[in-house]
Design a protein around this ligand. Sequence first.
Ligand SMILES: [Mn+2]
Length: 360
Amino acid sequence: MDRRETYQKRLAGVRRLLKERGLDGAMFTSYENRRYYCGFTGSNGYLIVTEDGVSLITDKRYTTQAQQQTVDVEIFDHAANRLQLVADTVKHMGITRMVMESCMTVEDYFPLKERLGNVDICFEQEYFLEQRMIKDAEEIACTRAAIAAAEAGFEKLVSRLQIGMTEKDLADELHYLVSREGAEAMSFGTIVGSGARGALAHAFPTEKKIENGDMVVVDFGVMKDGYCSDMTRTLLFGDVSPEHMRIFRLVQESQDKAVEAVRPGVLAKDVEDAHRAVFLREGLDDYALRGLGHGIGLQIHECPRIVIGNETVLRPGMIFTVEPGLYFPDDCGVRTEDDVLVTEDGVENLSHTPHEIHIG
Ligand SMILES: [Mn+2]
């Protein structure tokens, strides 16, 4: 599929919404939706879509880039009169009833509304998130590439680890290695929690030294062509106690059960329940979090949310994390996380890094 076709297909989703709701225009102000619907990656822009046209208003820093990145998009650059130009373009495109993203800032909304005069405005976000929830072939390829860069860097990291290095040493080394493997950026602030700090589900790397017997939660992701990967491994340093190894293996069993439950037609909550059953059986559910995973894509947290009670039906093309964990305050934490793709007849685990990794 060429780029024109990719974006035409995505824009068809917006145009379906316009038709369904009797609207004649849509405006996108978030980075992710601008990028999704036209390919533009600049930090500033107003993307306006009608039945037969697409306009992008940005500033001079980005006009050349926007021309290179988009197909069949009319590009305008604004000087100081940003919102006036946006309003004029909306009117010029013949829009009378327009949908905006509900993440639109209040700072933009009120002055813009004033300049739009009698254009009717409504808000939407869920529809666009639901469209982005089903990944097309290009998005799946980008996600695979992000995972590949992350895993290649991580594999090199493992061979360089030793007892006595700090959490921050580990994180710094990881960042360098994934960058050498082609990562554009990290998809979020890397989490490294060693020993008792592993119980902090979102521990940031500190100068604490990793000790013999520590389990170390490493949770990170990288971006490739804008798409995020997300993985967690709990590394086993030296002589981990039998009790901690028991926790480690339960978390792995929980993940295996959850991945086995994934297939089209199943509800998100059923996958959540499958992982939680293991913790309930062991009387350890109080030490787990209240969700199992989340969609990944242009954002690190997207739909579907794999949380208790979510009745979203799994469909081919969804990509989400499966990341069970157990957290014992002042003692230890374990989490393991893979990214999975819902296929036509089941599931493909996109992550290939071994789950049990011993260091030293
Ligand atoms: Mn995650």
